[in-house]
Design a protein around this ligand. Structure first.
Ligand code: ZDP
Length: 335
């Protein structure tokens, strides 16, 4: 494993924004292909480690090139918590133009297993703070291109980052989810067999796929799941690769404490059990509203801490607010 220096060189700071429209077209295949990696032995990359409620990421400023500085395999190795830096993923600040010309920059990311998701909620809050620190910028709004469309995070003076995550996608084939819609074009409380039991799930996309469940069919009638009693490492992977989710899925197991407060445990696609998932918290509140369990403004308590989520009635957009903090910085071999 290559040398890493841990000189702390960044002033902690923060950023901002609100999103344009989720219906923005996905990045053209050419743009994604163009970003193939060319790291050579001996190249080093400067990185900063950030975390949002314990969901942690290695961040790299890659805005000087269309070519991603490290391969997905190298990123997976760096995410290893024993042999690497240790993280749930690696995020690259890329040049603008992934979705539209007037972006400030764009975002590409690898999960800790090396797969590439379309979007990440905790990650885009960390990215916004990281870029502001790089540029020594005061809190400001950014337009960020992602594989899920344009997202605009807003950094507030108190250091919290509020992100307009756009409109949820509920049409089952677009999640993608193979089962049919059950109410108003969405797949709500659909019975799915997993781990030898029947669970009731609601399928939501926040640019990436989510399977939200408040419990097994039997429990749902008796007040729902108790997340602290959940055997997440055994049931999580079953849902992640469930045939009803052809692109695999993140799964949110959710306990309702009140209409304004839920406890959630997440098993992430390509990352396993994490301490928090921003897109997952958004999907949880959307599913909770569709199932008539929670209000549109709701706190989602995760193992790593609380996220404030609002699914706005006025424009159907989801707003996620939470922290994003620098942990340390250093240099690492790119290959
Ligand atoms: O969709 C996926 O593969 C997720 N694992 C991406 C990461 C999601 C993230 N945890 C979030 O906060 O939304 C970063």
């Amino acid at each position: 494993m290559s040398a890493m220096s841990s000189a702390l060189s960044f002033p902690a700071s923060s950023l901002a924004g609100a999103r344009v429209s989720r219906r923005a077209p996905r990045a053209p295949r050419a743009a994604r292909a163009r970003a193939a990696t060319v790291a050579a032995a001996g190249d080093t990359v400067r990185f900063a480690k950030y975390q949002g409620l314990g969901n942690d990421f290695v961040l790299v400023d890659n805005r000087d090139s269309d070519v991603i500085k490290m391969s997905s395999e190298r990123c997976a190795a760096l995410c290893d918590r024993n042999f690497g830096i240790g993280a749930d993923g690696v995020i690259f600040a890329m040049p603008p133009g992934l979705v539209q010309a007037d972006e400030d920059y764009s975002m590409r990311m690898y999960n800790s297993d090396g797969t590439e998701p379309e979007m990440c909620g905790n990650g885009i809050r960390c990215l916004a703070n990281f870029v502001a620190a790089q540029d020594g910028a005061d809190p400001k709004a950014y337009k960020v291109g992602t594989l899920a469309g344009l997202i605009q995070p807003e950094v507030r003076a108190d250091g919290q980052v509020a992100v307009d995550m756009g409109e949820p996608t509920l049409n089952p084939p677009d999640v993608p989810f193979t089962e049919g819609a059950t109410s108003d074009g969405a797949a709500v409380r659909v019975p799915v067999d997993a781990g030898g039991e029947t669970w009731l799930v609601t399928a939501v996309s926040m640019g990436n796929p989510h399977c939200v469940t408040f419990g097994r069919q039997c429990e749902c009638d008796e007040g729902g799941i108790k997340v602290d009693a959940l055997d997440l490492p055994s049931i999580g992977p079953v849902f992640e690769a469930h045939p009803t989710f052809p692109a695999k899925t993140n799964t949110e197991f959710t306990e309702v404490v009140s209409r304004k407060y839920v406890k959630m445990r997440v098993w992430e696609r390509g990352a396993g059990a994490t301490l928090a998932c921003g897109t997952g918290a958004c999907a949880t509140v959307v599913a909770g509203v569709l199932e008539g369990r929670v209000d549109r403004k709701c706190t989602v308590e995760l193992p790593g801490g609380p996220l404030e989520i609002e699914w706005r009635e006025s424009d159907n957009r989801v707003i996620m607010t939470g922290p994003a903090e620098l942990v340390f910085a250093g240099d690492v071999d790119a290959a």
